[in-house]
Ligand binder design. Structure first.
Ligand SMILES: [Cu+2]
Length: 471
């Protein structure tokens, strides 16, 4: 009994410095001869070369200074938090479609170093902000420049991907909004970034009701961002609404919704279109906090969260995907479970991916141009918001029921316990990409895998003898 246990314990120990390239076995998705480009092997494309090709002057230039400081959330708690330019959330970065964006991150006082990840923006790999995979964490006194082109219109957010289970919870985050060149057709543009500070909900850094001045009769596009670890209900009091975008992608043929809520996955975004009534106001509710849209001093009665949920599998009207997922180049399974064992010498009931505990999850191998289909199944006893970096996936089916609505493009997909999701994506962004649970403590506990392109390599290292601890 003791000897096998001792072996399991010692086999689970994680080296003090290691490469992501050596973490788990290659899963070629049915294509033979596809392996990670191991450290020291000749050739290969280093992640640091996978950058925005243009060296032009940026259209949008922002410096974000990260600090640890005491913050009082209006209508909420006082806590030691992480700020960007003195606030949490940090400044909203606004760009127009096609703009070159340049952000300089300065770490003034975030212990343990920090990074910025552009959640939902399919940036070049070198700009992805994952400590130990695409860069070293920026130490106190250091700086790092991120450059990417804002080719995707929509609602996104940025957050630390160094010690993220702690830094994100404590506020090292902000919104990114990319608007179409042609504008929003006269809609008022409202950002509603939601975050729990010390367990209390705030929208745009304020608790309770947050007034937003909008004249009567006007339409508004309200960009809701769930920056927390759990699912968040979103609904509207005082008007019907349309779900006009999911995770940054416009919905085709959105219809009016009444008496239903959106169940917004951790990390996910929805844009809701609402009209302010002739008298009174409209409330966009998030449970514990709300945006109140209307003329100054207007109000509307709050309502309870509806029980019914808008089902994105059937919402809206179908539209061509732009690729054919019926004959994919690769087929993968991402099966989430849980069982007793050791991770880094710690006994516990640990998450598994395809039966393996951290760091044994597979490397999902692709080549540029591949169409990949992934079956994500979850039999772990808990729900998981799954987030693939650098790509958007489209949902093909849930529990075998085919999608019938607008193409459901997502980057933050809730996979419930005992649920199966079939998704597809085009491998069009070479690099090494995390594919993990965005309930960040779960990721820290080991619920993570990687998508790797053939021939891409990295010299960054993870482990306690390195500056890098991405989760
Ligand atoms: Cu999870």
């Amino acid at each position: 009994m003791l000897l096998p246990l001792a072996w399991l314990w010692s086999a689970s120990l994680i080296p003090s410095s290691y490469s992501v390239l050596t973490m788990g076995p290659a899963d070629t998705g049915g294509v033979p001869g596809s392996h990670p480009h191991l450290p020291g092997a000749a050739g290969g494309r280093d992640v640091t070369t996978l950058v925005e090709p243009s060296r032009a002057a940026p259209d949008v230039e922002v410096t974000l200074t990260a600090r640890q400081q005491k913050v009082t959330v209006p209508g909420g708690p006082t806590l030691t938090a992480y700020t960007l330019n003195g606030t949490t959330p940090g400044p909203t970065i606004r760009a127009r479609e096609g703009d070159l964006v340049q952000v300089t991150l300065v770490n003034e006082s975030v212990p343990g170093g920090t990074t910025l990840h552009w959640h939902g923006i399919d940036v070049p790999n070198a700009e992805d902000g994952v400590a130990g995979v695409t860069q070293d964490a920026v130490p106190v006194g250091g700086r790092h420049v991120y450059r990417f082109r804002a080719t995707q219109v929509g609602t996104y957010w940025y957050h630390s991907h160094q010690i993220s289970h702690e830094q994100v919870v404590k506020g090292l985050l902000g919104a990114v909004v990319v608007t179409p060149r042609a504008g929003l057709g006269g809609d008022v543009d409202v950002v509603g970034l939601s975050h729990l500070y010390a367990g209390r909900r705030a929208v745009q850094g304020r608790g309770g009701d947050v007034p937003v001045e909008v004249v009567a009769g006007k339409w508004a596009r309200v960009r809701i961002i769930n920056t927390d670890n759990g699912i968040m209900p979103v609904w509207v009091s005082g008007a019907s609404y349309q779900v006009v975008a999911v995770d940054g992608t416009d919905v085709n043929g959105p219809t009016a919704v009444e008496g239903k809520k959106v169940a917004l996955a951790a990390g996910g975004r929805v844009d809701l279109r609402v009209q302010v009534p002739a008298t009174g106001a409209v409330r966009v509710e998030m449970g514990g906090a709300a945006l109140v849209l209307g003329p100054p001093g207007s109000s509307a009665p709050a309502t309870r969260a509806p029980t019914d949920v808008v089902d994105l599998l059937s919402y809206g009207t179908p539209q061509p995907l732009g690729f054919d997922p019926t004959k994919p180049d690769r087929r993968f399974t991402y099966s989430i479970g849980r069982r007793p064992g050791f991770v880094n010498g710690k006994p516990g009931v640990h998450w598994t991916v395809n039966g393996k505990m951290f760091p044994g999850a597979p490397m999902f191998m692709v080549a540029e141009g591949d169409v990949a289909v992934v079956r994500i199944d979850n039999h772990s006893g808990e729900t998981h918001p799954m987030h693939l970096h650098g790509h958007h996936v489209v949902v093909l089916a849930r529990d075998g029921v085919k999608a019938t609505g607008s193409p459901w493009w997502t980057d933050s997909l809730e996979v419930g316990n005992n649920q199966t999701m079939d998704v597809a994506f085009v491998a069009d962004n070479p690099g090494i990409w995390l594919d993990h649970c965005h309930n960040l403590p779960h990721a820290k506990e080991g619920l993570q895998a990687h998508l790797m392109y053939e021939g891409v390599t990295t010299t960054f290292k993870l482990g306690r003898d390195t500056p890098n601890s991405p989760e």
